[in-house]
Design a protein around this ligand. Structure first.
Ligand SMILES: Cc1ncc(COP(=O)(O)O)c(C=O)c1O
Length: 411
C-alpha cells in the first residue's frame, strides 16, 4: 500500500496538482489549512447539481435523491469515525459554528460554579466557544502548554475535579503537530464523570479514529482537511445530543442528528464529503468500508511520517533555524513541521517559498494562545509546512533546498 501512495497514480486524481504557475509545478504544503480535492469529489458535487438539486423530504425523485446523498454521507462518516450508527453524525457549516452551537446548548444546562477545561494548545475554535460560558458564571480553566510543545498533564490532573463537567481538547495541534494524550485524559474525565469533547480537525486527515474505543462524548472534524469540501461534522455519543437544548425551530428535527443542524444544509458539498470518504477508502483494502479506511490510513500515516521526518531532519541542519515542538522521535506526531529562522519573519520565508510555488503558511493559524505561550506572537508566529498524502520526496527536497537559500540572503 505504501508503494501505491508513492506511485503517482494518486497524484493524477487531483486536478490541482497538475497546475503550473509561472511554468513551475505547484507544491502544496498548506494541507493543515485545507487539502486539495480529488476528481471524484469534484464530480460528486457537480453530479448533485446536474441531477438532484432539491430540498429534502419531498415525494419527488430529486428530493429523494437528496435524502439519499445526506444519508450516504452520514453512513460514510460513521464508518470513518468508527461510530455506532449514522444518527451520531451531525452536519454543519464548519467545525467552529458546530462548536459554538454546542457551547450555546451547554450554557443552558450548566450551573454557575460548574467548570470546563480547555487547553492552551488548542485552536481558538475549541477555546472561544467555551470561553463564552464565563458569561453564565461557569469557570473555564486552561491547561498549560509546556515549552517542549506538550500539554502539562500534571496541570491537567490538578485542574480537573468534581465540578468539571466538560473537557475540550484537540487530538493534535494544527500549529506544531503534537498528538495529545487523549487516552490519559479520558481516564481523568471518567474519574470525575466529565464529558470529553475532542477536536479531531487536524488529526482526521492523518490517522484513523475510533470514537467508540476513544470513549469520547463529542468529536468534531472538518471535511476540507481530508480531501473534501467545506463542511463541518459533529459526532455525538448516542443519546447525548437529544438531551441538549440546542437552538432549534419547531419545524426542525428535534432529535439527533438533526437537532443541532439549522436551516438547509449544503447538499452539494455533502455529496462531496461522501465522495471524499470513498476516495480515502479506495486507497485501502479489505471487505467493509471501515476496514478499507483503516488500511488506507495505515498507508497514509506511514507515507506522511516518512516525508515529514525527512523534512524535519533536512530543515534542522540549516543554520539559524529553530524547530518548534516535538521532534520525530515522539511516539506519535502529525506530519506538520513548524520552525522559525533567525533574521527572517515567517511571512518573509513564505513569500520566498511562494516564488517557487511552494504553498506554506505563516502565523498562528488560529492556535493563537499556543503561539502566544511559546513567546512567538510578536515575531509573526512560525512557518508551517504540512505533509499530505499527495506530497512527494522531490517536493520535500525542493522545499529544504529553498529554505536553505535564504541563509544569509538579503530579502
Ligand atoms: C485543529 C483545528 N480545529 C478547528 C479548526 C476550525 O475548523 P473550521 O474551519 O471547520 O471551523 C481548525 C481549522 O484550521 C483546526 O485546524
Amino acid at each position: 500500500m505504501a508503494t501505491l501512495l508513492h506511485s503517482g497514480s494518486i497524484r493524477k486524481q487531483f486536478p490541482s496538482l497538475q497546475r503550473k504557475h509561472n511554468n513551475l509545478p505547484m507544491v502544496f504544503l498548506d494541507g493543515p489549512a485545507g487539502t486539495q480535492v480529488p476528481q471524484s469529489v469534484i464530480e460528486a458535487i457537480s453530479h448533485y447539481y446536474s441531477t438532484s438539486n432539491a430540498n429534502t423530504h419531498g415525494a419527488f425523485i430529486t428530493s429523494r435523491e437528496t435524502d439519499d446523498v445526506i444519508q450516504h454521507m452520514r453512513q460514510s462518516m460513521a464508518a470513518l469515525l468508527g461510530a455506532e450508527n449514522e444518527d451520531t453524525i451531525s452536519i454543519g457549516q464548519n467545525m467552529t459554528s458546530l462548536n459554538f452551537a454546542l457551547a450555546r446548548a451547554m450554557s443552558r444546562i450548566l450551573q454557575p460554579g460548574d467548570e470546563v477545561l480547555i487547553t492552551q494548545l488548542d485552536h481558538e475554535a475549541n477555546r472561544g466557544p467555551w470561553l463564552t460560558l464565563t458569561h453564565f458564571g461557569i469557570n473555564v480553566k486552561e491547561v498549560i502548554l509546556k515549552s517542549d510543545g506538550l500539554l502539562d498533564y500534571d496541570d491537567f490532573a490538578s485542574k480537573i475535579n468534581a465540578k468539571t463537567k466538560l473537557v475540550c481538547m484537540g487530538m493534535s495541534s494544527n500549529c506544531i503537530g503534537t498528538v495529545n494524550n487523549f487516552k490519559l485524559v479520558r481516564k481523568l474525565t471518567n474519574q470525575y464523570n466529565a464529558w470529553l469533547l475532542l477536536d479531531a480537525v487536524h488529526y482526521a486527515p492523518h490517522f484513523s479514529i475510533d470514537v467508540q474505543s476513544l470513549g469520547c462524548d463529542f468529536l468534531l472534524c472538518s471535511a476540507y482537511k481530508f480531501y473534501g469540501p467545506h463542511v463541518g461534522i459533529l459526532y455525538s455519543r448516542p443519546g447525548l445530543l437529544d438531551r441538549l437544548p440546542t437552538d432549534r425551530l419547531r419545524t426542525a428535527g428535534q432529535k439527533a442528528p438533526y437537532s443541532i443542524e439549522t436551516g438547509t444544509l449544503n447538499h452539494a458539498a455533502i455529496a462531496g464529503v461522501g465522495a471524499a470518504v470513498g476516495f480515502l477508502a479506495s486507497l485501502g483494502s479489505g471487505g467493509s468500508l471501515r476496514e478499507r479506511l483503516i488500511s488506507a490510513y495505515q498507508s497514509i500515516s506511514e507515507h506522511e511520517y516518512h516525508l515529514a521526518s525527512k523534512l524535519y531532519q533536512g530543515l534542522k541542519q540549516i543554520p539559524g533555524l529553530t524547530m518548534i515542538g516535538q521532534d520525530f522521535s515522539a511516539p506519535s506526531r502529525t506530519p506538520t513541521v513548524s520552525f522559525t529562522m533567525k533574521g527572517k519573519t515567517p511571512w518573509q520565508i513564505c513569500e520566498h517559498l511562494a516564488k517557487k510555488n511552494i504553498c506554506a503558511w505563516d502565523g498562528h493559524f488560529y492556535a493563537i494562545r499556543a503561539i502566544e505561550v511559546l513567546g512567538l506572537l510578536e515575531r509573526g508566529g512560525v512557518t508551517r509546512l504540512g505533509i499530505s498524502l499527495y506530497n512527494t520526496e522531490e517536493e520535500v527536497n525542493l522545499t529544504v533546498a529553498s529554505v536553505n537559500t535564504l541563509v544569509g540572503a538579503d530579502i
